[in-house]
Unconditional design. Structure first.
Length: 190
């Protein structure tokens, strides 16, 4: 999948990058019961749309993406928006190697986890857990398995419950897409 994403940014095919933060994130940041600004980590940040949005709303945002071209575009977009989120090129299954740190109250994954090979998903979950503050929220968007062929491997509630130990799956909401997608909200134990 990493080759696919690198090529997608070269040719400009990136339908996942709408340039607009998803309503699920906006609700957590601005809606009733919004989280207070703190540290946020965007796993698979692409061109930084959500990191920029978070920074504009008082969050100390960090984004990680495997594709250097996407991270560079994100840095340009952030500069044009007058904010400076921390954008890192790297593997989200190896956060410890990137010096990401910890204490993140909000973690966002807008379609990254469901593309990760199954054998690397435990490393992702462990890294996200280490980066998360007690009581943190994780918003994760993903395709259901088999929803899109060829395409992402998908993710299920059961898998999230198994892999994210120390987290509670608080909500699973079917997406508005033509393919079967889901938004999951997990809370880390305090």
């Amino acid at each position: 999948m990493s080759l696919f994403f690198r090529l997608a940014y070269v040719i400009g095919f990136k339908p996942w990058d709408s340039g607009v933060p998803p309503p699920e994130l906006v609700s957590v940041v601005e809606g009733p019961g919004a989280l207070p600004p703190g540290r946020a980590l965007d796993l698979g940040c692409g061109t930084g749309t959500n990191c920029i949005y978070l920074a504009q709303h008082g969050w100390e945002a960090t984004g990680v993406d495997l594709v250097g071209r996407a991270v560079a575009a994100g840095a340009r977009k952030a500069a044009a928006a007058g904010v400076s989120p921390r954008l890192l090129r790297g593997d989200v299954t190896r956060l410890h190697e990137l010096g990401v740190g910890g204490g993140f109250g909000l973690l966002l994954d807008l379609g990254c986890f469901h593309t990760i090979p199954f054998e690397r998903r435990d490393a992702y979950a462990a890294g996200a857990t280490r980066a998360a503050a007690p009581g943190a929220t994780l918003l994760l968007f993903g395709f259901a398995p088999g929803a899109m062929r060829p395409g992402p491997r998908g993710v299920t509630e059961g898998e999230l419950r198994r892999r994210f130990t120390g987290w509670e799956l608080c909500d699973a909401t079917r997406g508005r897409d033509r393919f079967e997608t889901w938004w999951y909200r997990l809370e880390r134990a305090p």
